[in-house]
Design a protein around this ligand. Structure first.
Ligand code: ATP
Ligand code: LTN
Length: 345
């Protein structure tokens, strides 16, 4: 066999490297239908086509004061719920951010390559410091450099995020560019991976706003772990218009949102849904949407109940993932430290 053919065979046999994805979500109590449709469910789908690394961003969560007992429970529940939704530790690495020491370490280094002015321009910082004026801590201010560290440690190519995180990702890109510019290529400059606008679920009480778990009115959101009767009650109370015709239309934000939810959970198109409910009232439609959502979350809730009762299993999963994540991220941290001029450990 000629050298050339051998070479080309060897090349052909080499599997193409999958692109790496990194994303994280904060463990802030309830995970809503919005979070599920807009973030979690996409992560589950991405696992087959990408090399995925996901984390529960528990370090980010202490920019607001947390009750220790509730915090610990929320972190574990978020972890179990994500597994229940289909995050698979055989396919992906899925860890608790606080278990991987490199995140806080790189975040410190990156703080010194980030300008005060850049962080001051972050709209999330401006919003949150106005909302919680009594606790504008330094962590809230440097939140984006920790997020940059999360991403850059794994040399991620793509970062699935909601539109609200675009500015933070842009900053992570700038920090990576700046560092690479000074020291030579150290970090992959990541691209955002923003789902289609259609996946934005709106509040059930004010359908011009997004469904948000921090909404004070609990009727505005549906949690993945809400009981079936609660889900039914919340949908029955959903705000609609007075036209009483199930179809997509201008000024029909409430019904548009319910059709969007129905479509997201059943996979049916808006036209199919409209045809199915022709001649029927909003009451019937709300019940049907609630039933579809209940069916979607039922298996997730069943898996969650089993997982949360099995602490040993959960521990095995997050420990193993943290070990793998530490190994990968340590390489990047070492590389960055060497470039800065630190003495090797
Ligand atoms: P908060 O109320 O504290 O802002 P949230 O419910 O808006 O929380 P985040 O923690 O900010 O949720 O977001 C987690 C992920 O879920 C992000 O990727 C975000 O884009 C996505 N997400 C949040 N709300 C929705 C929604 N209503 N529709 C679609 N995706 C959403
Ligand atoms: N800030 C994000 C959560 C988050 C994240 C990340 C997302 C923390 N670290 C790294 C993507 C990549 C949020 O509040 N949704």
């Amino acid at each position: 066999m000629s050298e050339e053919i051998k070479n080309s065979e060897a090349q052909g046999a080499q599997p193409e490297r999958k692109k790496r994805i990194f994303s994280a979500i904060q463990p802030s109590g309830t995970i809503t239908l919005g979070n599920y449709v807009g973030a979690l469910r996409n992560w589950v789908k991405l696992q087959d086509d990408y090399d995925c690394i996901f984390a529960v961003a528990d370090l980010h969560a202490i920019t607001v004061r947390q009750d220790p007992k509730a915090f610990r429970r929320n972190i574990l529940e978020a972890y179990a719920l994500f597994l229940a939704c289909g995050i698979d530790t055989e396919k992906s690495i899925f860890f608790l951010q606080s278990h991987v020491h490199t995140h806080a370490e790189l975040a410190w280094l990156l703080n010194c390559y980030t300008q005060f002015g850049e962080l001051s321009r972050m709209t999330q910082f401006k919003d949150k410091s106005t909302k919680h004026a009594d606790n504008v801590n330094a962590g809230l201010f440097t939140y984006p450099t920790l997020m940059a560290a999360d991403i850059l440690l794994y040399q991620a190519d793509l970062v699935p995020i909601g539109a609200d995180q675009k500015q933070h990702l842009e900053l992570a890109r700038n920090i990576a560019d700046r560092f690479n510019g000074i020291y030579g290529r150290t970090f992959t400059v990541p691209d955002g991976y923003i789902p289609k606008v259609g996946a934005r679920i709106k509040s059930l009480q004010d359908p011009t706003k997004k469904m948000s778990k921090s909404d004070e009115n609990a009727n505005a959101w549906v949690a993945i772990l809400d009981k079936p009767e609660t889900i039914m009650k919340k949908f029955k109370r959903a705000v609609t218009d007075s036209e009483a015709k199930v179809c997509v239309g201008e000024g029909k934000d409430g019904i548009n949102n319910l059709i969007g939810i129905m479509s997201a959970v059943t996979g049916k198109t808006d036209e199919q849904i409209t045809a199915e409910f022709e001649g029927k009232g909003y009451g019937d439609f709300k019940v049907a949407v609630a039933e579809a959502v209940i069916e979607e979350v039922r298996p997730i809730q069943e898996r969650f109940d089993k997982l949360i009762a099995d602490k040993a299993y959960l521990e095995e999963q997050y420990r193993r993932s943290a070990e793998l994540a530490t190994k990968i991220s340590q390489r990047t941290l070492d590389k960055a430290m060497k470039k800065i001029g630190y003495v090797a450990r």
